[in-house]
Design a protein around this ligand. Structure first.
Ligand code: HEM
Length: 471
């Protein structure tokens, strides 16, 4: 208590913490309200979700000022993640040599994927045909869109990393996607949080063992892929991320500084697979909810798409400028869905200063995207779903500086371009071909969603009807 009180004089203001647990009980009770109330303390606030202080950045200005700096680009060591990744990979590795090498290599491979082969855009256009036909298999019947969307988004990163897509009825792959969902729920659960407070429970049975088991199964799947790639590798013609990585291991063999080895390959590939699957599919799932709740927006998008593309030509990225209302709707879906409500946690890697406060090395930093996405001074309609938030008075698309769903600075989302391509092409092609509605007597949905690191919608069903014969 004395330590917390001495910190409190020097850090930005915030709610008075309870001993040991800080504000955790308030956060757990009403996470969205808790986070949305932070700007009352100013542009920065201090919260204790446990015993250590965390600084929350509540406006886009202070977020930009902080996150562009190297000093703010570390990651804290989170026991549950250390346990499952052995400190390897990209996402949760702190700022330093290994993170830099792995990130640069992954970015390079993602960017160059199109060379001589199909571009990422071609892959997404091709996959959107499978997605539409999967949705229409259940035409007129109540269906849960989760699996098809997850499979469609995952297939793009799978093509890049493993060199192949998976059919929507592939049982083994469906099982892997289910593991990803279970992992997401478990990591954000009370059991996951408890593990982070008392990590020595790893030696005892309990629900945390399931997290380890899921991580091992995912790693096992990737190890099998690596083994098959090694057996068929042609050094003159790398097929995907795994091939390129195996060649890099060989190239850097005599370099003592190299962080390229098979264990890092497995965890980096797992990072890309996990980050590239549920983020985009969750955003589209929220999108379906908003579009069904706002049939006028759905109709207006369809009309615009139909005018420009007709029924048969699937959209491409070049169509964005011709579809300003649809493009604005895709952005509004991302803003209103707000799937990473507090960003991904950062940590300062050296003592630094921000807005006059001295911030010690090792301070945890969260970006309050929830507050930024509902800032009343910046958005025309902060609290409702309205594509006008991204349109100027002439109906042209206009992007707000507050729109930072992929964060910014050295740690900016590595899959931003890929995600933006998938969101635009999947959502636009669904709106072109399919009318979305609720089944009779839909389940009431809690629009706060399920809050953890991600904000997930509750399970829901929809009805899809082809627009084909109705034009
Ligand atoms: C990191 C958002 C899709 C790969 C992040 C971060 C955010 C984010 C907020 C944290 C940035 C920070 O630490 O400040 C999103 C959203 C997505 C999406 C909203 C989709 C709608 C993807 C995809 C990939 C991906 C498709 C696949 C390649 C990553 C990786 C990182 C990351 C590897 C870690 C970067 C690092 O720590 O250096 N993403 N992401 N993301 N994302 Fe995404």
């Amino acid at each position: 208590i004395i330590r917390i009180n001495s910190y409190r004089g020097q850090t930005p203001p915030g709610p008075r913490p309870l001993p040991f647990v800080g504000s955790l009980p308030h956060y757990i009770k009403e996470p969205r309200e808790f986070v949305r109330s932070m700007p009352q303390y100013g542009e920065m606030s201090t919260v204790y979700l446990g015993r250590k202080p965390i600084i929350m950045l509540n406006t886009v200005q202070v977020t930009k000022e902080a996150l562009v700096q190297e000093a703010f680009s570390g990651r804290p060591a989170i026991p549950l993640i250390e346990w499952t990744t052995n400190g390897l990979g990209i996402i949760m590795v702190t700022f330093g040599h290994s993170w830099r090498q792995q990130r640069r290599f992954a970015l390079h491979t993602l960017r160059n994927f199109g060379l001589g082969k199909k571009s990422v855009e071609d892959l997404v256009i091709e996959e959107s045909r499978y997605l539409i036909s999967e949705f229409l298999k259940a035409e007129g019947k109540s269906m849960n869109p989760q699996h098809a969307l997850q499979n469609a988004t995952s297939n793009i990163i799978c093509s890049i990393v493993f060199g192949d897509r998976f059919d929507y009825d592939d049982k083994r792959f469906s099982y892997l996607l289910k593991l990803l969902n279970d992992n997401l729920m478990l990591a954000g659960s009370a059991a996951g949080q408890f593990f982070n407070l008392v990590p020595f429970i790893k030696y005892f049975p309990g629900p945390h063992q399931k997290v380890k088991q899921i991580a091992s199964e995912l790693d096992g799947f990737i190890r099998k892929q690596v083994k098959e790639h090694k057996e068929t590798l042609d050094p003159d013609s790398p097929r995907d991320f795994i091939d390129a990585y195996l060649l890099e291991i060989e190239k850097q063999k005599s370099n003592d500084d190299s962080t390229f080895h098979e264990e890092n390959l497995v965890i980096s590939a797992a990072d890309l697979f996990q980050a590239g699957t549920n983020t985009t599919s969750t955003t589209i799932r929220w999108g379906l909810i908003f579009l069904i709740q706002n049939p006028d927006v759905q109709e207006r998008c369809h009309e615009e798409i139909f005018q420009v593309l007709g029924y048969d030509r699937l959209p491409s990225m070049d169509d964005r400028d011709k579809l300003p209302y649809t493009y604005a709707t895709v952005h509004e879906i991302q803003r209103y869905a707000n799937i990473v409500p507090l960003g991904v946690i950062h940590e300062t890697i050296r003592p630094t200063k921000l807005r006059g406060y001295n911030i010690p090395q090792g301070t945890m930093i969260l970006t309050n995207l929830t507050a930024i996405f509902s800032n009343k001074e910046h958005w025309k309609h902060p609290d409702s779903f309205n594509p006008d938030n991204f349109l100027d008075e002439n109906g042209h698309f206009s992007k707000s500086e507050c729109f930072i769903p992929f964060s910014l600075g050295p740690r900016v989302c590595l899959g931003e371009t890929l995600a933006r391509t998938e969101l635009f092409l999947y959502i636009t092609s669904l709106l072109q071909r399919i009318n979305l509605s609720w089944p009779p007597d839909p389940q009431p949905l809690d629009m706060d969603g399920i809050m953890g690191v991600f904000r997930l919608p509750q399970t829901f069903n929809i009805i899809c009807c082809s627009r084909d014969t109705k034009e």
